[in-house]
Every structure is written in C-alpha cells, then in structure tokens.
Design a protein around this ligand. Sequence first.
Ligand code: TXA
Ligand code: MG
Length: 315
Amino acid sequence: MKNSIDIVQAAERLKQGRLVAMPTETVYGLAANAYDDDAIQRIYVVKGRPSYNPLIIHVASTQMAQTLVHWNETAQQLAAACWPGPLTMVLKRRADCPVSKLASAGLDSLAVRVPAHPVAQELLRGCGLPLAAPSANLSGTVTSTSPQHVIGDFADQDVMILDAGEAPIGLESTVVDVSGVEVRLLRPGSIDHSQLEAILGAKVFRAGDDNHQPTSPGMLTSHYAPKAMLRLNTTEINPGEALLAFGAPLDGASTVVNLSEQGDLVEASSRLFSALRELDASGARYIAVMPIPNDGVGEAINDRLRRAAAPKPRP
Ligand code: TXA
Ligand code: MG
C-alpha cells in the first residue's frame, strides 16, 4: 500500500495490471485498466464483489466514451450538460468495444462516466486507458470518501492510493440507462431526478413508474451497510441508540453525528458516508436516523439509508 500523488507511477502500475485508488469528485474509486481481464478480475476479488455486478468505465472525454458504446442524442444532451461530472450513463457496448467483458458482468451494456476531479483527469490522460472503477470499499459496506477509508478497507492489498483528501461531493454518481427510447434512473445520485428531466425536457422513469422496473445489478437490497443497525425516520431516541441527526438534533442520545445542522440536503449528502463510518468507529451498535426530506438529492440519501438499514445477508 502506497500513498502519494505520483501520477506517473500510478499510470505505470495501471499498465502493469495493478490497482490504484483514484479520487473522483464523487467518491474514491478502485481503478484498473479496463482492457485487462486479469486486472478487472482483481477488482472483484479484492472488493469481494459479486461477479454479476458490472463496473463503471471512467474515460477522459466524451470522444473516448463514443469509441466504447453506441452513442445517441440523449447521451449527447446529458454529456453536454453534465460531463465532466457525477453522471454515469449505461449504453449498449459497440461490437468492437475493447473493454473487458468482465466489466459488463454478462450484460450487453457498459456504464461510462467522465469524472471531473483534476487528479482523475490527470490519471486518465496520463495512462491513456479507460479505467474500470467501482467505489473503493469492500463490497456491501460503506462507500469510501477519503483516503483513510480506503486504507481501512484495503490495508493488506497491493493498492496505491492517490491521496487528494476528502472527495468533494461525497455521494456516488447518478446512474441512468440511456440505451433505449425511455431514460431510466437506475441509481439516484448527486444529480437529481428533476435536474435530469430539466436537461432532457422529457420524463425520466424510476423503478415502479408505469410498470417499469429499472434495475441495476448493483442495487442490492442490503448495501452501504455499517456494522451498527439503523432505525430510520425516528422522532424519539431509544435507550442506547446513537443519533444520526438532520437539522436540530433530538434529545437523549449520548453520541450524535449531524449530517447538516442547517438542514441542507447537499451538505447532508456529502457527509452521509463519513458519518456512518464515524458512528461505527464510535462503537455504536444501534443508530437512530432522523427523517430526511425526499426532495432533490434527498432521494439519493434516503435510497442509501434504506439499503444501509436493510437486513444483511448471512455470510
Ligand atoms: O460515483 C461513482 O459512480 C463511483 C466513482 C468511483 O465513479 N463509482 C461507483 O461504482 O459508485 P460502484 O461500482 O460502486 O457502483 C456502480 C453502479 C452499480 O450499482 C452497478 O450495478 C451499476 O453502477 N452499473 C455498472 N454497470 C452497469 C450496467 N452495464 N448496467 C446497469 N448498471 C450498471
Ligand atoms: Mg459502491
């Protein structure tokens, strides 16, 4: 494990098929050369990620994305408005797409994103490769938004960390399927549903809308799970519970972490994962979570909290 901002060395490692923890504007990614089957396989092994859960391919530019997937007008509109930035688009793979099929996990589609973080941009340009990168945390656990989180999860692994401090947004990208006529929101994220509809001037479908069941293989019921048990939408603290607060905190908890004292959803979204890790580190076993409005990025916060609170599968 090595910590620094040596882009040249990181690019060299990627070309050797090794892994690099890359800061992005959303969260830290565990990056590998997207052309290299063995390197992609290593991501699945190191994370303990189920092989049916496909990976996002990070590219330096829209032009690079167009060489991998069948581009269309919707993709063009969203890329023009959101890239570089926290939006991932799922499109059909081109027949000549050189990205490892393991990254698509058996699907005929590929998720692509142009990250905005300057270090991610430098790395992508420095190595000249598309990079497959899931979030840099053990599968099913809380997403990493800082180098310290990455170190905690992968201390014994051959992973070089590019240390750029806290990820500025702190919540994963929004994932949309734009491969068909209808646009489908697969994972709510930092670009919210109403922003997508405003950009496109068209309806963006969610799971459950008009019998549409958009699914992403990675949207498992239990995910983002801290060690503690979560109780959502609480208005009273039970004895022994720590509190994850939003706005003015409820009385009665000895341990309190506040997502946003001002009740600001964007601030809350940026603190969510580090707050869950902080509460775990405090030794809390039960966490009461105050209600979070479902507006704007609140939809993504509530999505993550529901999965964090879901019963964990037995090991
Ligand atoms: O912000 C982010 O998106 C971060 C940074 C590192 O870019 N990455 C990230 O990756 O969150 P990950 O692997 O933790 O989540 C990727 C999500 C999963 O839910 C996965 O199932 C979905 O994207 N996904 C990837 N490829 C897909 C595909 N071809 N079709 C449908 N969903 C896909
Ligand atoms: Mg993840």
